[in-house]
Every structure is written in C-alpha cells, then in structure tokens.
Design a protein around this ligand. Structure first.
Ligand SMILES: Nc1ncnc2c1ncn2[C@@H]1O[C@H](COP(=O)(O)OP(=O)(O)OP(=O)(O)O)[C@@H](O)[C@H]1O
Length: 272
C-alpha cells in the first residue's frame, strides 16, 4: 500500500469515493445506497432535514461506522486497507458532540490530534507542540491553553474541537455541524480559516450544515440528503432552490441571489 498522503501532496484519486453505502442501525435502514465523490481540494457540504443520515454518512466515510454493504475509499485506498494510525493521518473528524474528557486541559486535548505522529510509548516532539500552538493561535485559543476544557463556553469548546482536528494535519477534514454553537463573527472567522487552509494546503472538506446560506457560500458543491438517500447534488445554485427545499424540508423559503451563492431566507406563511 502506498504511504498515506499528507496535506499539499499532489493526488489524482478522489479524496472520498463512496459507492452504494448501505447502513442499518437499530433495525432501520439509515443509509439506503449512497454514492458520493469528493475531489481533492474540493469543499462539499451535505445538507438535509434532521434524521436524513448526514452524520451517519460522515461517520462511515471517516471509518467510524462499518457499512452493511458498499465501499469507501480515501485517496484511492479502500478504508479496510488503512490501519487506524494511517487513517488518522489522512482524515480528521469533528463530530457533532465530541466526548469532553473530564479535567483535561485545552492544550492536552488539542495535543491528542498529534497522536498519529507520536511513537507508541513515546512523547510528543517539539514539532508536535509547535503545531498545537500554531493552531491554538490561529483559532485565538491560546489564552485558554491551561484551562480545563469543560470550563469553556459551548462556542469556545467547538473551536477547540476544530483545533484538535486541524492539529492532526490530515488532508481530509470531516466536519459535522462545525459552527453550530458559534456566534456569527466566529462562524465566519472559522469558515474563512478552513477555506484558507484549503487554498493554501489543498485541504479537502466534507461538512454537514443546517445554515443553508452559509453552506452555499463556502461549498463548491452541495449534496442534499433525505430519508437516507441523496436526492440532489450539484453547485449551490442548483440545489438551493425554493422547490427542492420546500419538498424536502417542508419549509417556506425565499432564495435570493448573493455575491457568493444563493441566500436562503425563511418566510412565515401569510396570516389568515
Ligand atoms: N444507533 C442507532 N440506532 C437507531 N437509529 C439510529 C442510530 N443512530 C442514528 N439513528 C437514526 O438514524 C437517522 C439518521 O441519523 P443522523 O444522525 O445520521 O441524521 P442527521 O441527518 O445527521 O440528522 P441531524 O440533522 O438531526 O443531525 C436518525 O433517524 C437517527 O435517529
């Protein structure tokens, strides 16, 4: 098997190739044959109503949930052929509700992102610590380094979860609702940082989001899921249509042309 790629290396295989993914949980079909391809350097965001299967898809792509059938390859290597350590060098995941270890300081938590580079029974190197401090700095978290993670606010914590994933230095980022707890300023700051890393280092991003305008502003392509299936995919302009959103979200919306893509505004039904 070729060595795992690192950020910035040229690659030809798609970053993610999922074919016919089927997953059953608790006896119910949750993914009903999902195909997904994400090119290296691309930003794809999966949208869809609650329970559509978005998180399940991300977990399957990250190798955290085995599929009943179908396959996932990362940068051309089928998931089952990657060891845990190899996988951790290729893909970093920010889950929707990561476990917060009791009493762990922010610095130590973000340092966990360097685990795939630290030899078994070894200690972190100066380079590992430098990578962690760099990420803390970029996410304006340095002042929290010594604080127990549990004492941070929800939004501060969410930025720490992202910091851990970025410290991993993996070329593929899986982000499940990465900015759901952030105020509008921090949301923009974090998404701009991710986009900058994508442009500078060729990072690939597969995300899920509920804010449809923001999803469309940052992604190259959107994948709309409903009932465990992909029901639409393409550039934001093709997916964020009032018709598709009304059909799959049962929502009343107005779609407005924005500078970076369509903006979706929820509108109340007329009063009777
Ligand atoms: N272990 C489980 N057992 C049974 N059902 C499960 C299990 N895990 C997830 N599900 C169900 O699978 C469906 C898809 O869940 P998933 O978290 O992937 O949805 P989602 O699209 O990410 O939703 P949301 O937008 O609410 O985060 C949901 O109906 C959920 O209840």
């Amino acid at each position: 098997m070729p060595p795992p790629p690192s950020a910035g290396e040229p690659r030809t295989a798609p970053a993610v190739e999922a074919d016919g993914l089927r997953i059953t949980l608790g006896g119910a079909p949750i993914l009903a044959g999902v195909d997904l391809s994400v090119a290296t350097g691309e930003w794809v965001t999966v949208i869809g109503p609650n329970g559509a299967g978005k998180s399940t898809l991300l977990r399957a792509v990250g190798g955290l949930l085995p599929a009943d059938s179908g396959s996932v390859s990362l940068f051309g290597t089928p998931l089952p052929r990657l060891t845990r350590r190899e996988r951790a060098r290729i893909v970093a995941t920010v889950a929707q509700s990561p476990v917060v270890p009791a009493g762990m300081a922010v610095l130590d938590y973000v340092l966990l992102g360097r685990t795939p580079y630290i030899p078994p029974l070894g200690r972190e190197s100066a380079a590992d610590l430098a990578a962690v401090h760099d990420v803390l700095d970029r996410l304006e978290l340095s002042r929290f380094a010594a604080r127990p993670l549990v004492t941070l606010s929800g939004g501060e914590r969410q930025r720490v979860f992202l910091a851990r994933a970025l410290a991993q230095g993996a070329p593929l980022l899986l982000l499940d609702e990465p900015t759901s707890a952030l105020d509008i300023g921090h949301q923009q700051e974090v998404l701009e940082l991710i986009d900058q890393l994508r442009r500078d280092d060729g990072l690939t991003v597969l995300a899920t989001m509920h804010d449809l305008s923001v999803a469309g502003e940052y992604a190259d392509r959107l994948v709309l899921m409903a009932g465990g299936r992909v029901v639409a995919a393409g550039p934001p302009r093709d997916v964020l249509t009032a018709e598709l959103l009304s059909t799959h979200y049962q929502a009343r919306v107005r779609v407005i042309d924005g500078e970076h893509g369509p903006l979706v505004v929820p509108v109340r039904a007329p009063r009777v």
